[in-house]
Design a protein around this ligand. Structure first.
Ligand SMILES: C[S@@+](CC[C@H](N)C(=O)[O-])C[C@H]1O[C@@H](n2cnc3c(N)ncnc32)[C@H](O)[C@@H]1O
Length: 202
């Protein structure tokens, strides 16, 4: 069974709590996590080329195993990274015991009040697309709510039309454009097939 099959099997059994199930099964050696990659997202690396994060706060949404968070910390950012899965967060802390990143269990749909517009940079890489389509609008609005000045959205793209069988549920053009809310405007939206690379600024 592939890692994608493991994700779909657990999502069907537990539509909202399957992330924790997946991380727990992975810890027990019973499943593979499709996004467990040893390198940061290449589009993030490209976007951040030449960036000095010193003195800036970054937030990584749905951080998984911390690949993007650790990369941003290496650029000098003061990084907070959160995920809804307690086992996922415990695992990433164990993977990087010396990390400067603050790893936190939190829910994108109900984030801590003090995070409102609190981060110079927010990176959202494939979290909204991991949620069922009926939660996308709320999740997108929350990502904008977290952003102080710059938001980078990386996601798999699809055309408008009926929702596919997920997970994942890739983002449509209108969903990507919807991140331009709560005072954010789109600086660039690029479809690098099959992915969105979109930057928004306040
Ligand atoms: C497709 S994975 C991507 C992980 C990571 N961004 C990466 O690219 O490696 C989606 C992640 O979002 C997390 N997640 C799902 N729903 C969430 C929510 N409501 N709040 C915070 N994290 C969530 C999952 O646990 C999972 O780690």
């Amino acid at each position: 069974m592939s890692a994608d099959d493991d994700a779909r099997r657990l999502q069907t059994a537990n539509p909202t709590g399957w992330f924790e199930d997946l991380y727990a099964e992975a810890e027990a050696g019973k499943a593979s996590v499709p996004w467990d990659q040893p390198h940061p997202q290449p589009h993030l690396v490209e976007w951040a080329s030449g960036t000095d994060g010193a003195g800036r706060r970054a937030l990584v949404v749905g951080c998984g195993y911390g690949r993007d968070a650790e990369f941003l910390a290496s650029l000098g950012y003061d990084v907070v990274a959160f995920d809804i899965s307690p086992t996922g967060i415990a695992t990433v802390r164990a993977r990087y015991p010396e990390s400067k990143v603050e790893y936190v269990v939190a829910d994108l749909l109900d984030p801590p009040a003090e995070w409102h517009h609190a981060f110079d940079l927010v990176v959202e890489n494939m979290t909204v697309q991991a949620l069922p389509v009926d939660l996308h609008a709320r999740a997108i609005e929350r990502v904008a709510w977290l952003t102080g000045s710059t938001l980078l959205v990386l996601a798999v793209a699809r055309d408008e039309g009926p929702a596919p069988d997920g997970p994942p549920w890739p983002l449509t053009p209108s969903e990507i454009e919807a991140f331009a809310c709560d005072g954010l405007t789109a600086r660039s939206i690029r479809r690098d097939h099959p992915r969105w690379v979109a930057e928004f600024v306040r």
